[in-house]
Design a protein around this ligand. Structure first.
Ligand code: TXA
Ligand code: MG
Length: 322
């Protein structure tokens, strides 16, 4: 098994039948394989194998207190892993397959390696919509733990080339399904001690849409010093150079990332469309990161996917924790 991930060679797999079945075979052998979802590329491993999951943490250099999201092909598979509820059913019917993760109590006999949940009694589970992810999950036939396929704390990958930038030689393979449609990670919904729904991370499904579906407001969980979720680390998604937000013009050597009326050196969305901006966010950050200059970012309205964009940008701009 040491040959996977330790050999220094990362296989490039096309998203055809041969590529998907090779990726499934590698997962079954306990290797880490990066694959496209509609949000970002995930770094997948068999969620039932602690050893396989450990390779994810090793490849990413990820702090071990961060629990991982488990991906399954359909709601029926999710229901075998977690304690289902009426609220879960409603959200699954509305948003699965798609960019929503539900955090629910682990079910009896779930079989998930404890390293996946970092010892928590709950599990984050989602059914991705991207056809390549669906084909891989069905070919593999089991739950796949997958954080975003980037070194810990760095920008999430929305293309196979981004994955290779950060992890080439550290993972067994990357399945290339082209660019991701949504471009920011899934929205995560859990529940508080009293059973009320909590937004743990804004993401690809607008929180307003979730609130409309539940006919209940979501409580926001404020980022704290002891995160239960890695997206809650204050400095995360960080480019190498400093990031300054709500900028309408560049100062000094800065390169300006525009939005709407602020044109910038490049723009998240010239039309000011937060959906387009989300899809382009990590592409733009990779591009800016490569320029080696400080980054200024135009203001983005905090509604709909704008909330997820601003959340990622605040983390990119936060003082670095090292
Ligand atoms: O879109 C996505 O969600 C991507 C793609 C690959 O599916 N995955 C992703 O995973 O963003 P990751 O590991 O980078 O982020 C997982 C988030 C973290 O903030 C983690 O702490 C939270 O999910 N999470 C997972 N299980 C949890 C749990 N039991 N309780 C609270 N938060 C949990
Ligand atoms: Mg991540």
């Amino acid at each position: 098994m040491d040959r996977y991930g330790d050999s220094g060679v990362t296989e490039r797999l096309g998203a055809d039948e041969a590529g998907v079945s090779r990726a499934a075979e590698l997962l079954a052998a306990g290797a880490c394989v990066a694959f496209p979802t509609e949000t970002v590329y995930g770094l997948g491993a068999d969620a039932r194998s602690g050893e396989a999951v450990a390779r994810i943490y090793a490849a990413k250099g990820r702090p071990s207190f961060n629990p991982l999201i488990v991906h399954v092909a359909d709601t029926a598979a999710a229901r075998r892993l977690v304690v289902w509820s009426d609220r879960a059913e409603r959200l699954a019917q509305a948003f699965w397959p798609g960019p929503l993760t539900l955090v629910l109590p682990l079910a009896e006999g779930h079989g998930i390696a404890s390293l996946v949940t970092a010892g928590l009694p709950t599990l984050g589970v989602r059914v991705p919509a991207a056809p390549v992810a669906q084909r891989l999950l069905r070919a593999f036939g089991g739950p796949v733990a997958a954080p975003s396929a980037n070194p810990s704390g760095r920008i999430s990958p929305t293309r196979a080339a981004h994955v290779l930038d950060g992890l080439d030689g550290r993972i067994a393979a990357v399945l290339d399904g082209g660019p991701c449609d949504v471009g920011v990670e899934s929205t995560i919904v859990g529940e508080d001690a009293g059973g009320a729904p909590v937004l743990l991370r804004p993401g690809g499904v607008a929180s307003e849409a979730i609130e409309a579906s539940l006919a209940t407001p979501l409580t926001r969980q404020a980022p704290g010093p002891t995160p239960t979720a890695p997206g809650q680390l204050t400095s995360h998604y960080a480019p190498r150079e400093a990031v300054r937000l709500n900028a309408t013009e560049a100062r000094g050597d800065e390169v300006l990332l525009g939005f709407g009326p602020v044109a910038g050196d490049l723009s998240l969305s010239p039309a000011g469309d937060p959906v387009e901006a989300a899809a382009r966010l990590f592409d733009c950050l990779h591009d800016l990161d490569a320029r080696g200059r400080p980054i200024a970012v135009a203001p983005i309205p905090d509604t709909g996917l704008g909330a997820a964009l601003n959340d990622r940008l605040r983390r990119a701009a936060a003082p670095r924790e090292g």
